[in-house]
Design a protein around this ligand. Structure first.
Ligand code: GLN
Length: 253
């Protein structure tokens, strides 16, 4: 944690990277920290400001195509941004955020952009219509997580190369979109950087993932039960038939 012993959540360019309430990921981290009595604060980095190096969990949300390009240009122009994110205790990048951290991604007109290359992933465009709707993901890349629930709205896809692992297997929805029919995957995990196509916000719907990001920063935290979130999860899982998957996973664990 930073010198003053607060868990510091860094929201990167929230005015650009914040579709579908992704800023709520910061609030979820604050709540999970507060439930353990951990001091916590949010540092917002507006466009044009350099990323601070003192953060614990860095958050990049989703963005529309033009906003995504602006965010990429700004991160490339920040001489330390790539190193700060590479060395961060934890980083979560959602949708456009994932694409920005990838080796490359395809912009709206199809031209290829170099991403920051922190995830060994190449993003092109889904061949069909935009992927829009509920997503259910069985976790793979991070051990001992329960089912992940989220919402997606994107045109980009993601092909995972050797340096990264998928966050999980898509049971409902599109996610990375590559390999449809032969086991769809979502997201990418590389070290302490997690990319995903899940909005929701994903950390509100999946507090176990929020806890993992906190643990990468501060070490093990005690389990806590948040009834309102459990009800939300039950509702969202049921909406896509996920209760079945959730139970199956619990009995296997
Ligand atoms: N603009 C990107 C895409 O359509 C990212 C969208 C998003 O972040 N929701 O793939």
């Amino acid at each position: 944690m930073s010198g003053d012993s607060e868990l510091t959540v860094v929201l990167v360019y929230p005015e650009l990277l914040g579709t579908y309430g992704d800023r709520g990921n910061a609030l979820a981290l604050v709540r999970r920290a507060q439930l353990r009595g951990l001091p916590v604060r949010i540092t917002k980095v507006p466009l044009g400001r350099r990323l601070p190096a003192f953060g614990d969990v860095y958050l990049l949300g989703g963005g529309e195509d033009a906003a995504e390009l602006l965010a990429l240009r700004a991160l490339v122009a920040d001489p330390s941004a790539r190193r700060v994110l590479a060395e961060a205790p934890a980083c979560l990048a959602v949708c456009a955020g994932l694409q920005i951290l990838a080796r490359e991604f395809a912009a709206a007109d199809g031209h290829r952009e170099h991403g920051l290359g922190l995830l060994d992933v190449i993003c092109a465009r889904l061949p069909g219509p935009r992927a829009v709707g509920e997503v259910l993901v069985e976790p793979l890349g991070i051990p001992s997580l329960p089912m992940l629930t989220g919402y997606e709205n994107h045109q980009g896809d993601a092909q995972i190369l050797v340096g990264a692992e998928p966050l999980g297997r898509v049971m409902h929805g599109v996610g990375n979109g590559v390999g449809i029919g032969v086991g769809r995957l979502d997201g990418a995990v590389q070290g302490h950087i997690v990319g995903t196509y899940l909005h929701g916000p994903v950390l509100v719907r999946n507090p176990a993932l929020a806890d993992r990001l906190i643990e990468w920063s501060v070490g093990p935290v005690a389990p806590v039960h948040d009834e309102a979130v459990e009800q939300l999860r039950a509702e969202r899982l049921a909406a896509v038939g996920g209760k079945r998957f959730a139970l199956r996973r619990m009995t296997r664990a």
